[in-house]
Write a protein that binds this ligand. Sequence first.
Ligand code: MN
Length: 131
Amino acid sequence: MVQEHHATRLHWDFRLELDGVLKSWAVPKGPPTEPGVKRLAVQVEDHPLSYWGFEGTIPEGEYGAGTVKVWDKGTYVLELREPRKYHVLLKGKKLKGDYRLINFKERNWLIYKVESITGSTEYSSGSKSRR
Ligand SMILES: [Mn+2]
């Protein structure tokens, strides 16, 4: 799930349901929809699952003040998980296909799309589908 967040600086919040929380990254330029584009994604605090799909206005003075709207949502399949690396198959409306999240320094990650090796959007990894 990705939220477009008009805070002090416009950014997109990329969130994955994992371990009972929403793992979250703020992506200043937004997650790429095409392969070959790498975007900085800064990991931020985990959010509660109840935040999934939230839209509205966070009041002035509160953390993240500004308007939030859902930019994309869908399910995903976790294909690989390492401490500093996730491979996810996204099944959103805008973000579809194989994505990588790579941690390169502290809370800084790169998010990018890769061409599917099989050319298929379906995998038989046996992974549980998550939203
Ligand atoms: Mn945000």
